[in-house]
Design a protein around this ligand. Structure first.
Ligand SMILES: [Zn+2]
Length: 291
């Protein structure tokens, strides 16, 4: 009897050790997962800090996409294996400036993506038809250009829907892409856009053209930083941006780059051998940790 008791105790001890061992393995996997994806998401979160004066050149060098299941919900960079650049122009349309930009892009045989502001669309709806005719992509940049990060989810939803409606009224097109106004976003904003079946688009390159620096400064900032899969944030209606575009585009083409719309860039993502699919859950977890 005594012997049986001893054996039972030993068996219990063995099973306790086995339990501890499994617990240790599970914890290790969880920590490793957190470290890997936490690192990845830090880059995504960093992009959102551009508007707060954080060094805009702290940029990712690997594919940075955010997925919810199999759905792409946010993108910072395209395929780093392809020498592709997506030019994006925010804050239009303007009845005169945008038409000039469209003519310039057409002359340079470049198609771009325009993130338009809803109330401006309602003032110059015909400009959107021209954008589509030239093969450009149109994205939602909210209706009033409010800071969505400090508002409730209902504000984000209303702003996205009102801008989408304005775009649809103007040209019968329903946009796929969304860029938060002022670059202000948090996971709730991305999640709300995803709930509207939209992909939130951030950027790899922000030469701060909205501060109206000289054209060669904008161009230099880009030339020193652009790399394959770049999403360049520019603004509609900035004279210096228009001025530097022909030379910048020519130099990039000479270096082997092609200019694509965001839709094309995303179609080419699947070919990325190391595309990282990050679950929204890990993004939320990381964001909570940084608060
Ligand atoms: Zn904007």
């Amino acid at each position: 009897m005594r012997r049986n008791n001893k054996e039972r105790v030993r068996m219990k001890q063995t099973s306790n050790w086995r339990y501890c061992w499994w617990l240790f393995i599970s914890l290790f996997i969880l920590v490793a997962y957190g470290a890997a994806y936490g690192e990845d998401m830090r880059h995504v979160a960093t992009s959102g800090l551009f508007a707060h004066g954080v060094d805009p050149w702290l940029l990712p060098s690997k594919p940075h996409t955010l997925w919810e299941g199999n759905h792409l919900i946010a993108i910072v960079r395209g395929n780093p294996q392809r020498k592709e650049i997506a030019l994006t122009f925010d804050d239009g349309p303007h009845p005169l400036f945008t038409l000039r930009l469209l003519a310039l892009l057409k002359m340079l045989h470049v198609r771009a993506t325009f993130f338009v502001v809803g109330w401006k669309v309602d003032q110059a709806p015909w400009v959107l038809q021209r954008m589509l005719e030239d093969g450009n992509e149109i994205g939602d940049h909210t209706y009033h250009h409010f800071d969505l990060k400090s508002g409730p989810p209902e504000l984000t939803a209303a702003e996205i829907e009102m801008c989408n409606d304005a775009i649809y009224r103007a040209c019968g097109y329903t946009p796929l892409f969304f860029r938060p106004s002022g670059g202000q976003f948090d996971p709730a904003v991305i999640h709300e856009a995803a709930a509207h079946h939209m992909i939130t688009v951030l950027w790899t390159d922000d030469p701060a053209d909205y501060e109206s620096p000289p054209a060669d400064v904008i161009e230099d900032r880009l030339l020193h930083h652009v790399s394959p899969g770049a999403i360049i944030l520019l603004h509609d209606g900035i004279e210096q941006t228009y001025e530097m575009l022909p030379d910048f585009i020519e130099r990039m083409r000479r270096a082997g780059y092609t200019f694509v719309t965001l839709r094309e860039m995303i179609e080419h993502l699947d070919n990325t051998p190391h595309a990282e699919r990050v679950q929204l859950a890990s993004f939320r977890r990381f964001n909570t940790r940084t608060k």
